[in-house]
Design a protein around this ligand. Structure first.
Ligand SMILES: Cc1ncc(COP(=O)(O)O)c(C=O)c1O
Length: 464
């Protein structure tokens, strides 16, 4: 340890900011802009509140990064990590070995996921889970003697992670610009009604729009030829793309299309899984029948990095009984400490009936208050499902006119939120929330007051 990195007593904000600025390259950040502003240093957290290194408190309406579902400081999860790290800090799952946490977690996941999903392949993140999806999909069709089935259809503006495979599966144009996309991945329209309504500047029936967008999937399969299409991948509700809640007609149609064609259906549950929508999985809410379900984040409430892919019986049967060795895996697949914490997290969710509480009590209240934010003159639409929400900032509410990007409405609003002790994320000019599931109604009122105040301040700034 050199002198500069030795710990100091007292307030160290400036020190951490300067060390961070000198040595830490941040994800999804303009490093030059960060250097000019200095990072906010979050030092501790409890429940749904964060505390920064100057002692300022924030209501964390993003649950970290859509993940701290059971809130900060849960002793059960701390104990699970502590006990497991003493017992067996690491062992792998290669070479015909396993360990109790991985075995227990696989069984627990089989219990809480849809009935036809009973096998888990473990990873350390959602991105690795989606890399695994690609490997499994291609392997499945190879084993079945259909190696020409290679193309995976995804959606524009989807987010499936940041490795080369996951970012290719995702539909984020800015990511593709910086790394291209791997072959055999194509993207169809997203069911973003509000965006389309603003773009058109005229009325647009949501259900008709939902059907049209769904049809673009069928059209793409026809265009490519069913014999070349391996899978369709989608988030139940697009998260990082701006919490896109599709019109009801969308999933009704997409389900039919997935059933009609011989393709695998991959439902990315990295955000929607583990109670986020008021159901264990987004697939339960929407009655989807996935063949593969990548997951991460809420699996361990973000306490330790773990993810995985739940594999349906139909796919597992081919992999297990017909496939031979699957040449895929990670050193940390099913890491015992991460797996023990994930298992403790799921048991904690079950013990506290958190999914039911969200569905029956807190989510309806959050959605009600979110709807009230929709009355603000700066808000063109407030939408959400369960403990997910989006607030669209617009220049002209009556006529569905968005701000010019240069006005940076979302960034201004996010800064006011921070100043007012609230963490909301800005996706362009869409403010999004995904708070911890343990948020109480009184916390929701605090959220509403801080959000309304921040909207007022943003409105004032943008009028000048
Ligand atoms: C739907 C979805 N899939 C995959 C990922 C990637 O997960 P990770 O950041 O753990 O790699 C994310 C991350 O936000 C996500 O939202």
């Amino acid at each position: 340890m050199n002198q500069q990195s030795a710990p100091l007593a007292g307030n160290n904000t400036e020190r951490w900011q300067s060390l961070d600025s000198a040595h830490h390259l941040h994800p999804f950040t303009d490093p030059k802009e960060l250097k000019e502003n200095a990072a906010r240093i979050i030092e501790s957290a409890q429940g749904i509140y964060l505390t920064d290194s100057d002692g300022k408190e924030y209501l964390d309406a993003m649950a970290g990064l859509w993940c701290v579902n059971m809130g900060y400081g849960r002793q059960e999860l701390i104990d699970a990590a502590h006990n497991q790290i003493q017992q067996l800090p690491f062992y792998n799952a290669f070479f015909k070995t396993s360990h109790p946490p991985a075995a227990e977690l696989g069984a627990l996941l089989a219990e809480v996921t849809p009935a036809h999903m009973n096998h888990a392949f473990f990873t350390s993140s959602g991105s690795e889970a989606n890399d695994t999806v690609l490997r499994v999909v291609w392997r499945y069709w190879d084993i079945l003697g259909k190696p020409e089935k290679r193309v995976i259809i995804s959606r524009k503006n989807a987010y499936h992670g940041s490795t080369i495979a996951a970012s290719s599966l995702g539909g984020m144009a800015d990511m593709h610009k910086q790394g291209g996309i791997i072959p055999n991945i194509v993207h169809v329209e997203q069911p973003y009604w509000f965006g389309k309504r603003c773009e058109l500047g005229s009325d647009l029936d949501p259900e008709e729009f939902g059907r049209e967008v769904a049809q673009s999937l069928a059209d793409k399969i026809e265009e490519l030829g069913e014999d070349r299409v391996a899978a369709f991948i989608a988030e139940p509700i697009q998260g990082a793309g701006g919490v896109i809640v599709p019109p009801d007609s969308y999933w009704t149609e997409v389900k039919k299309i997935c059933a009609q064609y011989e393709i695998l259906f991959v439902v990315d549950e990295v955000i929607c899984g583990f109670g986020r929508t008021g159901h264990w999985f987004g697939s339960d809410l929407l009655d989807l029948k996935p063949d593969l379900m990548p997951m991460a984040k809420g699996m361990s409430s973000g306490y330790l990095p773990i993810g995985g892919v739940m594999v349906s019986d139909r796919v597992a049967d081919v992999l297990v009984n017909q496939g031979g060795e699957f040449n895929h895996g990670y050193t940390y697949s099913g890491h015992p400490v991460c797996a023990a914490v994930a298992a403790a997290n799921i048991r904690l969710m079950q013990r506290e009936n958190i999914v039911e509480t969200v569905r029956e009590s807190t989510a309806p209240y959050l959605q009600k208050r979110l709807g009230e934010l929709g009355d603000h003159p700066l808000v063109g639409e407030a939408r959400g499902v369960g403990m997910l929400g989006a607030i669209e900032l617009v220049e002209d509410k009556a006529n569905y006119v968005k701000f010019n990007k240069d006005r940076r409405a979302g960034t201004i609003c996010r800064t006011h939120c921070f100043d007012n002790g609230l963490v909301m994320r800005a996706v362009g000019d869409t403010m999004i929330i995904s708070p911890p599931l343990v948020m109480q109604k009184s916390d929701i009122d605090v959220f509403f007051e801080r959000a309304w105040k921040s909207l007022d301040q943003t409105h004032k700034d943008l009028k000048q």
